[in-house]
Design a protein around this ligand. Structure first.
Ligand SMILES: [Zn+2]
Length: 423
């Protein structure tokens, strides 16, 4: 039996352990917001890594607004040195999950197994992926193969809210850096036969329209900030959306409709509080938050200027209305280099384990890839992990046991190959 067959066999032998470890992670309710049980989850993961002969460190990201004594931002990083000194492979998963929301028919934090699937909030996004990473590394050890480069596994916080106290923090303090890490795999749930090579850009902005208050029985004496905002929203629908819809990226973003540029209105708030006491007043203030997703082929400066021009045109001639546009978040698109050895190694492993070659995709949303590439300076990063992306954040979130096992095999085989290429 060759080394690769031995690795696959060790994953099969560990199947029950992998499932139990996934379930145990689900039972720690790391809900974000507010960032519940991060420390318990980081310690649980760290203890397992220690049992697997990793040197483990806990990195607390204090100094971020969401960090507090009650909700500490605790990241865990384990390192296992290879047979040669030098940079290696890093498997990174976020430990936070979104709130369960309504509509569950099972307990979201019990990790029950039924019909070959594990159920629970965050099982797919992405605790099954973390379990796959942990046991991919362990299968290499149990198979007795020499792993040339260092192997790192991290569990990081706050990905669902931007990842600033998580991967971005590790990158900022130099704990995730090109000098020690050559390849990064993030086991987000992009399906077991697909490799995710990046994501679109994000531009969040807040528009405030300012009018003039007057008695609501004589609205003509005031200037309604809500009417001003309505003009902007109409212009977005009528003038901007059709233009965005004609822009299509060459990146293989899934689903297909997300290959186009888009804009969503995240929220709107204007005039007096609807559930408060009502008085007859013209709204003198209205705010809205826009979520513009832009393509690799678009320039951010032009994305921003295009929106500013549209707002200016929509409000031009609306007497008494002033406005202010403020940037909230800007994320540049990222793209794995097409010749990255990561793609070849994962594709080869997927062929071996699943019998068919991988499909390359890009994510409609953003994930920690951006921090790995932009802050840590590691271009060779992809997302690959078990679970179907459509399941993420849904009620009755679940992940097929077979997917977790197969992804563990793929990650083990790919990690071994990449480790030999690192340097
Ligand atoms: Zn995720």
């Amino acid at each position: 039996m060759d080394a690769l067959d031995r690795i696959v066999l060790e994953v099969d032998r560990a199947a029950d352990e992998i499932v139990e470890f996934t379930r145990a992670l689900v039972r720690i309710p790391t809900v974000n917001p507010p960032g519940e049980s991060y420390e318990a989850c980081a310690r649980f993961l760290g203890d397992q890594l220690e049992r697997h002969k990793f040197a483990v460190e806990y990195i607390v990201a204090d100094g971020y607004t969401d960090h507090s004594a009650r909700y500490p931002r605790v990241n865990v990083v384990g390192t296992r040195h290879g047979s040669h000194a030098g940079p290696g492979v890093h498997l990174n998963g976020h430990i936070d999950v979104v709130p369960p929301g309504e509509g569950w028919t099972v307990d979201p934090f019990q990790g029950i197994v039924r019909d070959g699937r594990i159920f629970g909030r965050g099982v797919c996004d992405m605790k099954a992926g973390i379990a796959a990473a942990v046991f991919a590394a362990e299968a290499l050890a149990r198979a007795g193969v020499a792993v040339p480069g260092a192997l790192e596994i991290s569990g990081t916080v706050d990905e669902e809210s931007g990842g600033f106290a998580g991967v971005a923090h590790l990158a900022k303090i130099g704990r995730m850096a090109r000098k020690q890490t050559r390849f990064v795999i993030i086991p987000e749930p992009l399906n077991v036969d697909r490799i995710c090579i990046g994501h679109r850009g994000v531009y969040w902005s807040e528009l405030t329209t300012k009018g003039r208050i007057a008695h609501g029985s004589m609205p003509f004496l005031g200037a309604s900030a809500i009417d001003g905002m309505a003009n902007v929203l109409t212009a977005i629908r009528r003038d901007l959306e059709p233009v965005l819809d004609r822009r299509v990226t060459a990146m293989p973003v899934v689903p297909d409709a997300a290959r186009r540029a888009t804009i969503n209105i995240n929220g709107i708030d204007g005039g007096q509080r609807v559930d408060g006491i009502q008085t007859p007043c013209v709204a003198d203030r209205c705010r809205a938050v826009f979520d513009r997703r832009f393509l690799d082929e678009e320039e951010f400066a032009e994305v921003k200027a295009e929106l500013a021009r549209l707002i200016d045109r929509a409000l031009n001639g609306t007497t008494g209305i002033e406005y202010e546009l403020r940037d909230l978040m800007i994320v540049q698109p990222v793209k794995t280099p097409p010749d990255s050895p990561l793609i070849g190694a994962l594709d080869g492993a997927i062929c071996r384990v699943l019998g068919s070659s991988a499909r390359l995709v890009a994510s409609p949303g953003t994930y920690d890839h951006k921090h790995v590439t932009r802050i840590a300076g590691i271009a060779d990063c992809v997302a690959y992990g078990p679970g179907e992306i459509e399941m993420a954040h849904q009620p009755d979130e679940s992940c097929a046991v077979a997917d977790v096992i197969n992804a563990t095999k793929v990650m083990a085989l790919a990690t071994l190959e990449l480790s030999g290429l690192a340097g």
